[in-house]
Design a protein around this ligand. Structure first.
Ligand SMILES: Nc1ncnc2c1ncn2[C@@H]1O[C@H](COP(=O)(O)OP(=O)(O)OP(=O)(O)O)[C@@H](O)[C@H]1O
Ligand SMILES: [Mg+2]
Length: 410
């Protein structure tokens, strides 16, 4: 599947135009019920303005994406993080003038002509289309994809007048509980009451979240993509009871942020990302960190990142300081299996079950020994927490530890 940049040919709203801009007030007023907050007229911002202004000044204004006006309500980026990431990405919660629904607006930018060596914001809409996660596509997969990845409702690309920056704006489902990282407290791990209110058991809560992450990864891989930037910050949560996991009612946790997602060889799982830096260092598998432009198994790199996420949910801490053999905790969790994970968890004051330590140990093992997604979903940790699992959709359990997912490339 192509990992190409979005280009103007398949983008329905390449640039904001004057008509769009002039119609905003009409759009905002006309398409929402009278007397709602949207019937007030609002100034319009282009993506360039969003980066030029402090987030507080952007709020209250309107953005037009794909011909729909959105009133911007609040920034979703912690002010403390703005200095580090604010020059490339801004996130806001907004409300659609068309149907009054809440949305998230993701504004990204890159310098015109810059070599993309990290995240490529312009590939994200195409990837979401390939995943069947674009609301506008006549895609029968949408209902299914929305269980696993956020839905994209529209997008724009734009270039500023001086042709210095290009911009990409995505309109996404708004996940009202934010990201999974906000459910973690240091030294206590995952907030149990949010995920497993009736059990008061951190491992059951972890199983509820972990299974959703693994199923989301399975979905992504079945579409021919690996995420390559799985982290607690990139798992988005809807808090109202939106469903159940193996009979337990639970918030929905699914993947967002596909700027680093990449295709892979469907037979071997291998991919190469050249000199692009992918993933956050504390979630990246050693073979990904050391790839140096060479090949690595992309779906198994996602498994590793989910393993790190599970350890953080268990203890509230990263499993190790640095992915290096000189780091003792790294050696323990990546080479000593269940025992190593148990030892390091204990050092953080957590007694963990054999099952959860075994699962995490297998997920953090060397690539050649690492458990695949299908196998991980069927691991005794989940069957212990939930009893039997409803895994009908997984028809392929590949023996090699590689996760050849069903329907790959279909
Ligand atoms: N659809 C959404 N609903 C609610 N919050 C969201 C949504 N999308 C993103 N966020 C919030 O904004 C943060 C940043 O979004 P995103 O991960 O897409 O951007 P990013 O710049 O690629 O971030 P990073 O570089 O940290 O991965 C998320 O971690 C989450 O807290
Ligand atoms: Mg992110």
């Amino acid at each position: 599947m192509p990992n190409d940049h979005i280009n103007s040919d398949n983008n329905p709203s390449q640039n904001y135009n004057t008509t769009d801009m002039m119609q905003v007030d009409t759009l905002v007023g006309a398409s929402s019920p009278a007397s709602t907050e949207n019937s007030i007229h609002h100034a319009t911002v282009r993506a360039a303005d969003v980066f030029a202004l402090p987030p507080a000044e952007v709020c209250g204004k309107c953005a037009v994406v794909d011909g729909t006006a959105y009133r911007i309500l609040k920034s979703l980026i912690d002010p403390k993080e703005l200095r580090s990431k604010g020059h490339t990405v801004r996130l806001f919660c907004g409300v659609s003038a068309k149907d009054d629904n809440r949305v998230a607006l993701k504004f990204s930018r890159a310098r015109v002509g810059a070599k993309i060596c990290d995240e490529d914001p312009f590939s994200e809409p195409q990837i979401m289309k390939d995943l069947g996660a674009w609301h506008g596509s006549a895609c029968s997969d949408l209902t299914k994809s929305s269980d696993y990845v956020v839905t994209m409702h529209g997008w724009n690309t734009d270039v500023d007048e001086k042709k210095e920056w290009r911009y990409c704006t995505l309109v996404l489902d708004y996940c009202n509980a934010g990201d999974l990282f906000s459910f973690i407290s240091e030294s206590r791990g995952l907030n149990v009451s949010a995920w497993s209110p009736n059990n008061n058991n951190v491992e059951v809560a972890m199983a509820v979240v972990g299974l959703q992450m693994l199923r989301s990864a399975h979905f992504l891989h079945s579409k021919g993509y690996a995420h390559l930037d799985i982290s607690l910050e990139n798992v988005l949560v809807d808090e109202e009871p939106v469903g159940s996991v193996e009979g337990l009612s639970s918030p929905r946790a699914r993947f967002g942020d596909f700027g680093m997602a990449h295709t892979f060889d469907e037979k071997t799982g291998k991919t190469s990302i050249g000199n692009r830096r992918v993933g956050k260092p504390n979630y990246s598998s050693p073979e990904l960190i050391n790839a140096n432009g060479g090949e690595f198994n992309a779906p198994l790199a996602d498994v590793y990142a989910i393993g790190v996420s599970l350890f953080i949910m268990l203890t509230g801490y990263n499993p190790y300081g640095k992915a290096s053999r000189t780091d003792m905790a790294f050696r323990q969790v990546t080479t000593k299996g269940s025992k190593g994970v148990s030892r390091v968890a204990k050092a953080y004051g957590h007694e963990a079950s054999n099952e959860v330590c075994d699962l995490i140990g297998r997920m953090l093992a060397a690539e050649k020994d690492r458990i695949g997604v299908n196998e991980a979903i069927k691991h005794p940790f989940f069957t212990k927490c939930f009893g039997s699992l409803d895994n009908e959709e997984l028809s392929d359990t590949s023996p090699s530890g590689f996760i050849m997912a069903t329907g790959l490339g279909a």
